[in-house]
Design a protein around this ligand. Structure first.
Ligand code: FE2
Ligand code: FE2
Length: 343
């Protein structure tokens, strides 16, 4: 892995670098936090190992800056410290550190910590691969723009909001939120199996064409099911399958493909259903204009208990301002130019 080591002690820098290089990692060194930040900004390092006390910008400040900057990738941060105690641990974690390595460091401990860093970075590349596959599947459909980016953001907002509801305690946690964000883009992956004549038809579909289009849920779900069979413990595959299979089911049982109702519909699919429909309502199509937020909101509220789970609709009502922000940030180009013409 590509690692940046920040420490104001030349000896410590050398020892840590040598141990990392001996394990095959690529290392860059920095004498303080500012230098380390510049290296992180300019390069593609995945791991930062930082001393706690340094001149100019100390380890805690560096953590905060790295988390604020984001860099479009996850930087795994290990704090190198002689400090013990819960208060220091909490300060480090609050600033965004992932792990701690005691000083003077033990090479075998460093090796174990780097193993954890590699696992976390691997998860990130898995999520990026999932999104790339979803984008590829969607690329045949030229009307959808940033639909996947928006719907995964809506799913995350809804799941986060619902995680505060005691009703979902122990059901929706941080892992659920991360998983729905990662897997919801696969909801329409089955559209790869829909013929161009139906998928790309401008305008409304006939009943027969709609029946063909509906097959996308079964095609997507059976593809994911095949992978799930080989990895039955993979929770993210299960959620991806559930979403693909059930995102067109309706709370009152009038959806497809199975017409299941209420809590028989997997929770992640009930959340996806609202995110998907909200985005469809707001988006312009060949045959329709996009609705303003207030209209989309009213339609969704009216469908509480019908199309949508009332708990999901309630969450939506509490966080709909965040939906507006996402729809503006990730607006499609034609929608953006329309807005500027209107303005
Ligand atoms: Fe769909
Ligand atoms: Fe969709």
């Amino acid at each position: 892995m590509h690692v940046i080591v920040a420490d104001d002690s030349p000896l410590s820098l050398e020892l840590v670098s040598a141990a990392l290089e001996a394990e095959g990692h690529t290392v860059q060194t920095a004498n303080d936090g500012l230098e380390a930040f510049a290296l992180l900004e300019a390069g593609a390092a995945q791991v930062l190992i930082s001393d706690w006390e340094m001149p100019n910008c100390d380890g805690i400040e560096l953590c905060r800056r790295v988390r604020k900057a984001g860099f479009g990738r996850y930087v795994y941060i290990i704090m190198l410290t002689a400090r013990g105690g819960t208060a220091n641990l909490i300060e480090g974690l609050n600033a965004g550190a992932d792990d701690f390595l005691s000083k003077p460091f033990d090479p075998s401990e460093l090796s174990v910590r780097m193993g954890v860093a590699a696992r976390i970075s691997g998860l990130e590349s898995r999520d990026m691969m999932i999104f790339a596959m979803a984008k590829l599947a969607e690329s045949r459909d030229n009307e959808t723009g940033a639909h996947l980016e928006r719907t995964r953001a809506y799913c995350k907002i809804l799941a986060e909001q619902m995680s505060h509801d005691p009703k979902f305690a122990g059901v929706i946690d941080g892992e659920f939120v991360r998983t729905i964000y990662a897997t919801s883009p696969l909801h329409d992956i089955g559209k790869v199996g829909i013929p161009d004549a139906v998928l790309l038809k401008p305008g409304k579909l006939t009943d027969d064409e709609f029946r063909i289009m509906q097959k996308h849920v079964e095609i997507g779900a059976s593809t994911l099911e095949a992978v799930l069979k080989q990895n039955p413990c993979a929770g993210y595959l299960k959620m991806a399958r559930d979403i693909a299979w059930a995102h067109h089911e309706r709370f009152d049982g009038t959806g497809y493909p199975r017409g299941i109702k209420g809590h028989d519909i997997p929770l992640a699919a009930r959340i996806m259903a609202l995110a998907d429909v909200y985005d469809a309502l707001r988006s312009r199509r060949v045959y329709k204009e996009g609705y303003p937020h207030a209209t989309a909101k009213r339609i969704i509220e009216d469908a509480s208990g019908g199309h949508f789970d009332p708990d999901v609709v309630n969450a939506f009502k509490q966080c709909d301002a965040q939906f507006v922000a996402v729809s503006e940030q990730l607006a499609d180009l034609h929608a953006k130019s329309k807005l500027s013409v209107a303005a």
